[in-house]
Design a binder for this molecule. Structure first.
Ligand SMILES: [Fe+2]
Length: 434
């Protein structure tokens, strides 16, 4: 079949599923939230945000629009920037007691992911790790639908408004892990690029590298035909591998990131660039919400697990803290030097979308071309120089690899089979790039 151009494999999947929220994009669209929630017959909305945004104009716009549409609003603003099991449980207790018949989230990935997880635990209480995949959790599927959720991102990175994924820190294990379920995909998303205009430069840098990595991870992920065919259609995993849809969205997200990332970081007044990054983040969310990420994200969880003595400006969180996009991108060049051998043509295509100069490059050069372009963008935006730039040394390589190997589905979504030694070698290669 022409549209399914990935090579079939014995017993491999021959079908993919795409799920998307109804999406509205454009400057000022946050003010549509009242009419859109009313159209979904929401009468009482639980409005999730964070302690900074609750005093700001985006939150005010959303609250006022909901109230003008005759919708009762009850507010939860205690979201943590790094949501944890404890903070999600307090959010789910709030939701269960709220009498709300719908949820609206206004914020970055932390707010949207908190809302998604709270929706699950409020309706289907369970021991916290039940809904997480092994080896961290019991791998229990989310039992069924949750309340309607309209997501309104205020940063240009996470793409969480378009994904059936929620990333939560398990405090006892001091690591992040993922709940993946079709039931936590928001029904609707309002993406208003006005929200990107006020973000500090280093926040835009982190979130933009997050979206860039979502896109390139999708484009270079294991093909969906390389995952096992499911006997039951409803068991088809949301992390299903690269497919024609994720390719489509990832290519355009990479093109936009390549063109606008440095401009958007350098100049908050560059509306064209900031708007483009917001759209790119949403596109990348559409891609990885239907594909899954792979090694850069799997390895990022080792970084946030073991980080120490790191302070980061412009985030209202205690030290140590490494922003998500930074924890991802510091490993990315070393990852693509490793994965390119499996899919060199796709790595070269991704680099081309990202604006790399790959004239005369052969398949053997693919890893270097991708890594070189990412490093070029990192240096242009003052991103730390690999793991050593955020306080890690050779002595951390083994603990990092032990932590990351628990992210089995993401590790398995890489285009190469990757074992513990490979993870160590990638982390070692990520210590410094220049
Ligand atoms: Fe991410």
């Amino acid at each position: 079949m022409v549209c399914q151009y990935f090579a079939p494999t014995p017993d491999g999947a021959d079908t993919f599923t795409i799920a998307m929220p109804k999406l509205t994009f454009g400057r000022g669209c946050l003010a549509e939230i009242g009419a859109r929630a009313a159209a979904r017959e929401i009468r009482r909305a639980a409005l999730f945000t964070d302690p900074q945004l609750v005093a700001g104009k985006y939150f005010e716009t959303v609250r006022d629009s909901l109230q003008a549409a005759g919708i009762d609003v009850t507010v939860f603003s205690e979201t943590l920037i790094e949501p944890s099991d404890a903070s999600v449980l307090s959010a789910s207790a709030f939701l269960a007691d709220s009498g709300a018949d719908g949820v609206v989230s206004v914020g970055g990935g932390s707010v949207m992911d908190t809302a998604k997880a709270a929706l699950v635990y409020a309706r289907y209480p369970a021991p916290f790790t039940d809904y997480f995949a092994p080896p961290i959790g019991a791998g229990v599927p989310v039992p069924g639908p949750v309340l309607p959720h309209i997501a309104c991102p205020t940063t240009s990175g996470t793409g969480s408004e378009c994904t059936p994924l929620s990333v939560i820190r398990i405090n006892d294990l001091n690591t992040k892990f993922v709940i993946a379920s079709p039931f936590i995909l928001p029904q609707e998303a309002l993406v208003d690029p006005v929200c990107g205009a006020t973000l500090p430069a280093n926040v835009v840098a982190s979130t933009s590298f997050d979206l860039l990595s979502h896109a390139i991870e999708c484009y270079t992920a294991r093909a969906y035909t390389g995952w096992a065919k499911q006997a039951q259609p409803m068991q088809r995993p949301v992390i299903q591998g690269a497919n024609p849809w994720s390719d489509l969205a990832a290519r355009e997200a990479l093109r936009l990131a390549g063109e606008y990332l440095t401009r958007g970081v350098a100049d908050a007044e560059d509306q064209e660039a900031r708007d483009a990054l917001m759209w790119a983040a949403t596109l990348a969310g559409m891609a990885f919400g239907n594909c899954g990420t792979h090694l850069p994200h799997a390895l990022s969880y080792g970084v946030t697990h073991l980080m120490r003595d790191i302070e980061t400006r412009d985030y209202a969180v205690p030290s140590p803290f490494v922003p998500h996009g930074i924890s991802v991108i510091v490993n990315a060049p070393a990852v693509f030097r490793y994965t390119a051998a499996a899919e060199p043509e796709r790595h070269l295509e991704a680099a081309d979308c990202l604006g790399a100069d790959n004239r005369g490059a052969t398949p053997d050069d693919a890893g270097e071309v991708v890594a070189g372009r990412i490093i070029e963008l990192m240096r242009a935006t003052q991103i730390p120089n690999g793991l050593s730039g955020i306080g890690f040394t050779e002595a951390d390589v083994a603990p990092l690899a032990k932590s990351a190997e628990r992210q089995r589905r993401a590790v398995g979504n890489a285009p190469r089979e990757t074992n513990y030694t490979d993870l160590e070698n990638i982390y070692r290669g990520a210590l410094a790039y220049w």
